[in-house]
Write a new protein. Sequence first.
Length: 156
Amino acid sequence: MKFYAASKVWHAPTWRDLRAELAGTDIEITSRWIDYEDESDIVQNRKGELWQHCLEDVLRADAMILFCENFGEEQRGALIEAGHAMATGKPVVCINTCKTLTAQNGLSDVAFTHHPLFIWANPARSGDWWLTFDEGIDAAIDCIYRNNPAIISAYS
């Protein structure tokens, strides 16, 4: 199973560590952005190319996992990446939530989070529901396998 990793850029080292842990398994992270240093030429001067890589990497994936570390985060690029995934019929599994993904002050009902392809890794979201990165990845991978018959048959 291949998934596209989405989050704030400062989580890139965590995604790289996970990729190393997954080496030799049937799970692959397709996201190239996690390898781009902040000062690299592609990040500083070739953002169009960087975004083309993101689109290509979403297309190579079976699903997308979106990680929100805390409520204060504002996802921007991840919303575009989620649109790429959902437009191509791929599930987006979200670990936790943040300001961008939560209805606030009547400004938005974040309707896209109710789409059948948008899945919460922690659906109860009540009480002590916040997941660590590792708990969230386990829950998200379980969601991807459980909710996608094509993946179940391809990786069984």
